[in-house]
Design a protein around this ligand. Structure first.
Ligand code: HXC
Ligand code: NAP
Length: 296
């Protein structure tokens, strides 16, 4: 078995209808493909209808599954209601939601207009709570034990300069995940999140690692496990969290980043120290120990 192979057994998502926001591209598209292979009906939605149509056709051809696509700006509640209505009309019900849509770009914060900040926060935070609230109301009314997966980031905890609107919004998404996981647990509704490290996608790379930067800074060197993530690794975890295998898990945020976030450890700068340097450092510390014993 290899880490980039599908992990769950066939039929793991049978009879589940799952809406994936931003499912036309990147990680959303990869999740859609794997969920379809596992037997789910998939609804993908985002702003660009032509992108969704192309993805839906491709996914139906490659997996033989059922895909509904619908245009939806997640900042618009009436468009969200419309996607949910169309999903119920086509598949009879909705069981799961992956809040995957996002907007983001790197910039010194002082260069941002108010509208630029609003744009990111509205897509990421408002879009996530609008969609979750709309489906939560439906699930509670229909007594459906729905499942939500929010795609977050590791800097939702640590914060990060140069992506401040995204960090603020993703932190809000985490607070919602944990808060609603408790509040809606007695309805059987579960909410979990994934905090991915770098998983190459066109959307993220164009806006976060433009060529100018990529030439100077290599991601792989900063990641303790020395490589980028592969989509199948993330989709394996996502499928588990959307499946009944994770029925006892809620309010959890799982980091999948090759150890990247651990770089905050106070002494991790010591990875720069060579073996030779360690020999003399050890000697220096032991000398200091001996001297302090003598002076006691
Ligand atoms: C400064 C910028 C800017 C930039 C846009 N703006 N890009 N300001 N620097 N590079 C400003 C605009 O000038 C405008 O403000 C405001 O932001 C809105 O821009 P629009 O282009 O009008 O918005 P819109 O067409 O809605 O596009 C939204 C977008 C765009 C977020 C700007 O990038 C987009 O569509 N993104 C969707 C996909 C995406 O971002 N994927 C990456 C996800 S990766 P003014 O005041 O001038 O009108 C991720 C996590 C990564 O989230 C973690 C990696 C490890
Ligand atoms: P992506 O391909 O750019 O995906 C973003 C999606 O969001 C697009 O399909 C886009 O479609 C949709 N979207 C943007 N604005 C929207 C709006 N207003 N309404 C509805 N949909 C909208 O990038 P990605 O890398 O796959 O990102 C997917 C998720 O993973 C995001 O939540 C991101 O924050 C998270 N993430 C990614 C990485 C990574 O390394 N790739 C790391 C950490 C977290 P339209 O343009 O058609 O609307």
């Amino acid at each position: 078995m290899a880490y980039n192979e599908g992990m769950l057994r066939d039929g793991a998502l049978d009879n589940k209808t799952i809406i994936i926001t931003g499912g036309g591209t990147g990680l959303g598209k990869s999740m859609a493909a794997y969920f379809l292979k596992l037997g789910a009906n998939i609804v993908i939605c985002s702003r660009r209808l032509e992108v969704l149509e192309k993805t839906a056709r491709e996914l139906e051809e490659t997996t033989g599954g059922n895909v509904l696509y619908a245009a939806c700006d997640v900042r618009k509640t009436e468009q969200i209601e419309d996607v949910i209505a169309k999903s119920i009309e086509r598949f009879g019900r909705v069981d799961g939601l992956v809040n995957n849509s996002a907007g983001n770009f790197i910039s010194p914060t002082e260069r941002l207009s108010f509208k630029a900040v609003d744009t990111i926060v509205d897509i990421v935070l408002r879009g996530t709570y609008y969609f979750t609230l709309a489906l939560g109301k439906y699930w509670i009314e229909q007594k459906i034990k729905g499942t939500v997966l929010n795609i977050s980031t590791t800097y939702a905890w640590t914060g990060s300069g140069w992506v401040v609107p995204s960090a603020m919004a993703k932190a809000g998404v985490l607070a919602m995940t944990k808060s609603l996981a408790f509040e809606w647990a007695d309805h059987g509704i579960r909410l979990n999140a994934i905090a991915p490290g770098p998983f190459p996608t066109k959307g993220a790379w164009e806006r976060l690692f433009p060529e100018e930067l990529a030439k100077k800074f290599s991601f792989e060197n900063r990641i303790p496990l020395q490589r980028l993530g592969e989509h199948q690794e993330l989709t394996n975890l996502a499928a588990y969290l959307m499946s009944d295998f994770s029925s006892y898990m809620t309010g959890e945020v799982i980091t999948l980043d090759g150890g990247e976030v651990l770089a905050a450890g106070q002494f991790n700068f010591l990875s720069e120290v060579s073996d030779d340097q360690w020999d003399s450092i050890e000697e220096e510390i032991k000398n200091a120990n001996r001297n302090s014993k003598k002076s006691e």
